[in-house]
Design a protein around this ligand. Sequence first.
Ligand code: SAH
Length: 262
Amino acid sequence: MPLSHNCKALLRRAVPYIEPDEELMDSFGSLYERLVSLNQQINVTAVTDEAGVTLKHIADSLSPLCLEELGEFRAPLCYDIGCGGGFPGLPLALTKENMKITMVDSTEKKIKALEESVRLLGLNNVRCLCGRAEELACKGSAHREKADLVFSRALARLDMLCELCLPFVKKGGYFIALKGKDAPAELEEAKNAIKLLGGRLVRLQETTLSPNCFDGLELTEEERAVAQEFARSKRYLVIIKKIAPTPDKYPRAFAQIKKKKL
Ligand code: SAH
């Protein structure tokens, strides 16, 4: 199913750094359709209107593609940690066939559903892995320090998130956290964790759209309201480079991660 004309226009304005062809737009339409039908079986999102999914899930997931750092890798090995219904990993994998993405989630029924999404979308650059991040990336694991790029959205606050994600990243790779308005405060709290885990903050990049981003588009009233809310919402990418190996004792067990901040 293709995305509607209006949603295609919204997407083009929200992510001007990619130029989706009709085939990709059709894939985003199929992803939307799949998300809505999946959501009737298991709750993966509160957003089910087409404009909302297009902006808050698809466009938001694509925001890392504006980063010049991604150009450092020809065929990056990527992980999406705590991927839930498939964000940001699925839109990224649909857009960039050269990215090989491992989607990780601790909930088995989400991973089962995701496997079906991957099949329906015809993606062959994605694999799905059920497990807890802190177990999959522990010392000696096949997933530890293997990734060029790790992405994560809406899994935890940045200090905890770094312990869950940075152990997957190999030296020279990047952890990219997709964050909302609290990113600057979360970053302050996470500075020590980043250092302890072998990371170095490259920068906090604001990706908030301009308030007039969607001006001049013909939209329904509902679509206009969704677009305005999205354009107003503050969004950031936290870009962390792995510069040293993560010490063997990290990641700790989840109870410890929660109890004692790094
Ligand atoms: N990234 C998605 C989903 C966010 S919800 C999005 O932005 O829409 C957080 C997801 O992380 C849930 O699906 C939950 O099952 C998963 N999760 C929670 N703790 C985890 C852990 N320790 N390791 C792996 N996945 C985890």
